[in-house]
Design a protein. Structure first.
Length: 87
């Protein structure tokens, strides 16, 4: 996702709940990225809501959940200079 197009919000305003879709092909990768997101919420509290929504579906992620993860990544791409700097 190095050359992805950034977005202005970490979650789509029209798609707050994500219910349907095909099973995601690599749940382990999904779990690893969600763990990194949970750690990242300490310095980027603006993604807390989006991470919370997607974490609710960790037991059986789908393609639509993966799309939500990619949207959070696209948001982080555009906000690399934001966040709290803890020294």
């Amino acid at each position: 996702m190095t050359f992805c197009k950034p977005v202005n919000t970490p979650v789509s305003p029209s798609k707050v709940t994500i219910l349907l879709g095909h099973s995601f092909y690599d749940p382990t990768r999904f779990h690893q990225i969600m763990g990194a997101f949970q750690y990242l919420t300490f310095t980027h509290p603006d993604i807390c809501f989006a991470v919370n929504i997607v974490c609710q579906f960790m037991h059986s992620p789908t393609d639509s959940h993966w799309a939500a993860v990619k949207r959070i990544l696209r948001y982080l791409k555009g906000t690399t200079s934001y966040g709290f700097h803890i020294t």
